[in-house]
Design a protein around this ligand. Structure first.
Ligand SMILES: Nc1ncnc2c1ncn2[C@@H]1O[C@H](COP(=O)(O)OP(=O)(O)OP(=O)(O)O)[C@@H](O)[C@H]1O
Ligand SMILES: [Mg+2]
Length: 228
């Protein structure tokens, strides 16, 4: 039987904008298994980042059912979610998530240490991502693309079982973005990582096992014929 990391059924979420309630997600259903990469595409404002934050427990769903690592959302306490985010679920946020008072190298060591990974491969990750020369710099001394790569190195150094990545190549030029996909696919092959990748990068999306499109509040199998 396949090991299911995420099982979502009919997840809904709205925001109140003043007097108006805006329904962003209105029935998201999908599954993600170990060793699988799923790309999520969709226009700006369609709810992709909102969805990732439902899946990492930072935002509660209003309706629907969610199981993560086989545990029902309703059974997970705040500290259960914190433990999952510390050790098993890495989220790559759209605007980066580095600690401003630590150098890149220390950010990586800190993140890995929190996850219980004491012999981390941060140096190799920085090398692969082309940011070895930034190891001793602080986040505010980096370009947007360097920050994005440092956040990727932190996420992979913690050796998570599940990565929720919000446009991991969004700030990178073409050649640099090419370095990112192998990180995901090597970890999927070597450690059966599961990855949900929000991306506008067609090559990264095409390498995933499935592409889902977030449209009108729900996820649909992406049909390239409809989009061309
Ligand atoms: N805290 C909030 N309060 C009110 N509205 C919000 C809030 N967060 C997001 N929204 C709205 O919800 C919708 C979905 O936002 P979300 O950030 O999930 O979209 P997205 O698909 O990630 O977009 P992008 O591709 O631009 O990152 C948008 O219309 C946004 O303005
Ligand atoms: Mg977003």
């Amino acid at each position: 039987m396949r090991d299911t990391l995420i099982q979502a059924r009919d997840l809904s979420r709205s925001y109140s904008n003043g007097r108006e309630q805006v329904h962003v997600l209105s029935g998201v259903s999908f599954e993600l298994h170990r060793g699988e990469a799923v790309a999520v595409i969709g226009p700006s404002g369609s709810g992709k980042s909102t969805l990732l934050n439902l899946l990492n427990g930072l935002l509660p769903a209003e309706r629907g059912e969610l199981q993560v690592f086989g545990r029902a959302h309703s059974d997970l306490t705040d500290s259960d979610w914190a433990e999952l985010r510390r050790t098993r679920i890495a989220t790559l946020f759209q605007d980066g998530n580095l600690i401003p008072t630590l150098t890149v190298s220390r950010n990586i060591a800190f993140r890995a240490g929190l996850a219980g990974v004491h012999r981390h491969n941060g140096d190799a990750l920085m090398e692969r991502l082309g940011i070895a020369d930034t190891a001793q710099r602080y986040p505010d001394q980096l370009s947007g693309g360097q920050r994005q790569r440092a956040a990727l190195a932190c996420a992979f150094a913690m050796q998570p079982q599940l990565i929720l990545a919000d446009e991991p190549t969004g700030s990178l030029d073409y050649a640099t973005a090419q370095r990112v996909a192998p990180l995901f696919f090597d970890a999927i092959r070597e450690r059966s990582l599961g990855a949900l990748i929000v991306t506008h990068n067609p090559e990264l999306a095409q390498r995933c096992d499935r592409i889902l499109e977030l449209r009108e509040g729900a996820l649909h199998p992406w049909d390239s014929a409809l989009s061309s």
